[in-house]
Design a protein around this ligand. Structure first.
Ligand SMILES: Nc1ncnc2c1ncn2[C@@H]1O[C@H](COP(=O)(O)OP(=O)(O)O)[C@@H](O)[C@H]1O
Ligand SMILES: [Mg+2]
Length: 270
């Protein structure tokens, strides 16, 4: 049964994996840009104190007057924290290092796990009419990630095609199950996407086999290749879709966007 407190609105996807450096931020930025390129209205929520999604989309530090932190602690309304990016249809709520203290500051707040959920349900959300909200999670299963999973309809997990890739996945799945049992019964796993894949490397192939054997249909058909253009793009403050539109990385993120949109049709049809 769907949650009556969740009016029809954007599809909210938490991009999560407690490991660092697996491609969460890269996937958030480029999936967001690919969806935007396809004409969908996208909001990226930077929920990592490192603020890499904000930097990668060209929001300079001095322009981050209001951030995810202010939104979570209830200091500002949603319409004051949403900023434009260079990409049409793509907006962002930026983050700064302030966010790193949220865990401790919010510990005595009874609603601490629901802060993002509630913030994303402000009336302003209807005015912006987003199709997708993508939340870039920090590399941890802390209160910030819990907020993302409570606010989200689904979790998308980037998995780096490297040794030990699947390690830690069971803990992530356990967290998702706990959130389902407590705060968000409708939370789904959107899928697991292999990132930084090198087809010439037997290890990459092995990780793919292991992932597909163990996780089956949860693994996206689309694989994100290791591609130098993808890693260069943030230093030009652009998604790879714009920096090098015909690179393998850009094409892969467009494919992932199509797959995500067709997933969504599947969910809505149920
Ligand atoms: N497909 C890719 N090809 C090449 N480099 C990548 C790719 N995806 C991510 N990277 C690089 O790997 C590093 C970690 O990625 P990032 O998205 O920041 O991970 P996370 O957000 O999970 O910590 C970054 O330097 C990024 O540029
Ligand atoms: Mg990151």
């Amino acid at each position: 049964m769907s949650d009556p407190t969740r009016p029809k609105g954007p599809k909210i996807v938490a991009i999560a994996n407690q490991k660092g450096g697996v491609g969460k931020t890269t996937t958030t930025i480029n999936l967001g840009a690919a969806l935007a390129e396809a004409g969908l209205r996208v909001l990226i929520v930077d929920l990592d104190p490192q603020g890499n999604a904000s930097t990668g989309l060209g929001v300079e530090l001095e322009d981050r007057e209001f951030t995810t932190y202010d939104l979570l602690i209830g200091e500002v309304d949603l319409d004051h924290v949403i900023q434009d990016t260079e990409s049409q249809n793509l907006k962002i709520i930026p983050a700064t290092v302030d966010l790193s203290s949220a865990d401790i500051e919010l510990i005595s707040n009874e609603k601490r796990s629901f802060l993002l959920h509630d913030a994303l349900r402000q009336a302003a959300m209807g005015v912006f009419a987003f199709d997708f909200v993508l939340i870039d999670c920090p590399p941890s299963l802390n209160l910030l990630t819990v907020n993302a999973m409570v606010a989200a309809n689904s979790v998308l997990v980037p998995l780096q095609s490297e040794f030990f890739a699947l390690e830690g996945l069971s803990q992530l799945m356990l967290t998702i199950r706990e959130i389902r049992q407590t705060a968000n019964p409708d939370l789904r796993i959107e899928g697991i996407v292999l990132t930084m894949y090198d087809g010439r490397n037997r290890l990459s192939q092995q990780v793919e086999r292991d992932a597909r054997d163990n996780l089956g249909d949860l693994v996206f058909k689309t694989i994100i290749p290791r591609n130098v253009r993808v890693s260069e793009a943030p230093s030009f403050s652009m998604p790879v879709i714009e920096y090098e539109p015909h690179s393998k990385g850009a094409e892969a993120y467009r494919d992932l966007a199509s797959e995500l949109v067709s997933n969504q049709t599947g969910v809505a049809a149920q």
